[in-house]
Design a protein around this ligand. Structure first.
Ligand SMILES: CCCCCCCCCCCCCCCC(=O)SCCNC(=O)CCNC(=O)[C@H](O)C(C)(C)COP(=O)(O)OP(=O)(O)OC[C@H]1O[C@@H](n2cnc3c(N)ncnc32)[C@H](O)[C@@H]1OP(=O)(O)O
Length: 194
């Protein structure tokens, strides 16, 4: 046992999230943080190609169309893929804070099966921030942005520095990322965070 609390409820003293002054305006697409990302990268043929758009405050909406490559049971999305869509959506919120963070804990409710070719309409917001810990939640609906809930998640993200990826990532991908001007732009946007 680590002694670590598993709670996804913000502790006493947690603060409301503060939208970064240079966060994309409501309605703007956030874009991919890494083109090889399974969640949002355009260069992953079987990835989710999830597209997130900034909302008001520290919130966003996102869409993901379930493809045949994402099946678990015949004609239905795999639960792990749906959890990935939730993880990616929740992770995108940190761009509005201009904080680099990784998922520490993700709790998912699967409410309805999601058929192939369905568009999952996600919305997410940061609930609170406590030191390096970011508490957030997300909902995914089918049949339209106001359709029935299919999945829900709450999560705890932990702030890290760019060094987290440089120390732990495989050398080949880190070297390629560091040499990529688009990736440098993403990293720089985070580094200027005071
Ligand atoms: C060149 C490259 C450019 C890159 C440009 C940027 C790219 C931007 C990429 C973004 C990418 C996002 C992609 C989607 C989101 C993923 O999918 S991220 C991938 C999945 N997640 C991971 O791989 C994380 C693996 N875990 C770890 O690395 C480490 O455990 C962590 C999370 C960094 C924490 O380790 P640590 O920094 O040593 O922190 P630690 O002191 O243990 O904990 C800090 C606090 O958090 C709490 N905590 C930590 N883990 C947990 C947990 N699992 N449960 C509950 N509480 C926890 C601790 O209890 C502690 O609380 P307090 O004592 O402060 O109250």
């Amino acid at each position: 046992m680590s002694g670590r609390t598993a709670s996804l409820s913000p502790p006493a003293g947690a603060m409301p999230p503060v939208r970064h002054p240079e966060a994309p305006a409501p309605g703007e697409l956030l874009g991919s943080h890494y083109d090889q990302c399974f969640g949002c990268g355009g260069a992953q043929p079987h990835g989710l190609h999830l597209e997130a758009r900034a909302g008001e405050g520290v919130s966003l909406t996102a869409e993901f169309r379930v493809k045949a490559a994402h099946q678990g049971a015949p004609g239905l999305a795999h639960g792990g893929v749906l959890a990935t869509a939730l993880d990616e959506t929740l992770g995108s919120l940190n761009w509005l804070l201009r904080v680099i963070a990784v998922t520490g804990r993700l709790e998912t409710d699967f409410v309805r099966p999601v058929p192939v070719d369905t568009v999952l309409h996600l919305d997410a917001h940061v609930v609170a921030v406590h030191g390096r810990k970011i508490y957030s939640s997300a909902t995914g609906r089918i049949g339209g942005p106001d359709g029935p809930v299919a999945v829900r998640a709450t999560a705890l993200f932990i702030e890290v520095k760019v060094d987290h990826f440089i120390s732990h990532g495989r050398d080949a991908e880190i070297k390629a990322a560091l040499a990529d001007p688009d990736q440098q732009r993403v990293a720089r946007a985070f580094e200027v965070n005071p």
